[in-house]
Structure formats: structure tokens, C-alpha cells
Ligand binder design. Structure first.
Ligand SMILES: N=c1c2ncn([C@@H]3O[C@H](COP(=O)(O)OP(=O)(O)OP(=O)(O)O)[C@@H](O)[C@H]3O)c2ncn1[C@@H]1O[C@H](COP(=O)(O)O)[C@@H](O)[C@H]1O
Length: 108
């Protein structure tokens, strides 16, 4: 069975390969050609994920999460943000509690 990480890696490669593709035959290419549309779709999928979490149950939440991750990967590609850069940001935060980090910014 593929892990989430395996699937995301394959999906990211598929998305990358759609750059310059035909928007008439590839939904991914359509979004890659229009980063604002990709961002709008990600926002919609985020809202749908929240609704699934609070009102639709685990299976719907899993499906909406898959939509969310796909659209997030497309937005990263459309905006030329490498996944390695996101990984660096997360790695730099490892071991730092969100509560401590917020307090260091004067939050409560
Ligand atoms: N994982 C996905 C994936 N998840 C969701 N979607 C599409 O995302 C679109 C938007 O989802 P919505 O829930 O908003 O559906 P909708 O209401 O019909 O969309 P709108 O009318 O609002 O635009 C739908 O058309 C889904 O089919 C995806 N489209 C593609 N992929 C992957 O990307 C690959 C390449 O796709 P193409 O570039 O289209 O060949 C595919 O083989 C898949 O692996």
C-alpha cells in the first residue's frame, strides 16, 4: 500500500508534468495557467474540508482532504513554490511548541 507521502510525491510529479499542458484536456493545466483560480479553488476546498469535519463524518473528511491536498499541490506549482522550501519551513519549527512560538510574538 502506498503511503500518503508516496502518493503526494507521484501527484506532485504529475502536476509538474502538466505545466504547459492543454487546459482543454487537463484540469491541472487550467489551474496552473491561472494561479488566482488555483488559490480560489484551494479556499473552496478548505471550506468544504471544514464542513466535512464538523458535519459530514470521517469518510467525507477524507475525501475533502484529498481534494484539499491536490489543490494545495497545484497552487504550490502554479506559484513556483518548491515543496522542499515548505519542508524547510516545517523542519525549522520542529521542537518548537506553537504556544511558545505565539508567546514569543506577544500573543496569548
Ligand atoms: N487528484 C486530482 C483531483 N482531485 C480533485 N480533482 C478535480 O477537482 C475539480 C474541482 O473539484 P470540485 O469539488 O470543486 O468539483 P466541481 O464542483 O465539479 O468543480 P467546479 O465546477 O467548482 O470547478 C473536479 O473536477 C475534480 O475532478 C482532481 N483532478 C485531478 N487530480 C489528479 O491530477 C491528475 C491530472 O489531472 P488532469 O490534469 O486533469 O489530467 C489526475 O490524474 C489525478 O491524479
Amino acid at each position: 500500500m502506498s503511503t500518503l507521502f508516496d502518493v503526494l510525491e507521484r501527484l506532485a510529479a504529475t502536476i509538474e508534468a502538466r505545466k504547459g499542458g492543454d487546459p482543454a484536456t487537463s484540469y491541472t493545466a487550467k489551474l496552473l495557467n491561472d494561479p488566482a483560480l488555483a488559490a480560489k479553488k484551494l479556499g473552496e476546498e478548505a471550506v468544504e474540508t471544514v464542513i466535512a469535519a464538523v458535519a459530514q463524518g470521517p469518510d467525507a473528511l477524507a475525501s475533502e482532504s484529498a481534494d484539499l491536498l491536490y489543490h494545495w499541490l497545484v497552487l504550490m506549482a502554479a506559484s513556483d513554490v518548491s515543496l522542499d522550501t515548505v519542508a524547510e519551513k516545517l523542519a525549522a519549527r520542529e521542537g518548537t511548541s506553537g504556544i511558545a512560538e505565539k508567546a514569543s510574538r506577544g500573543g496569548s
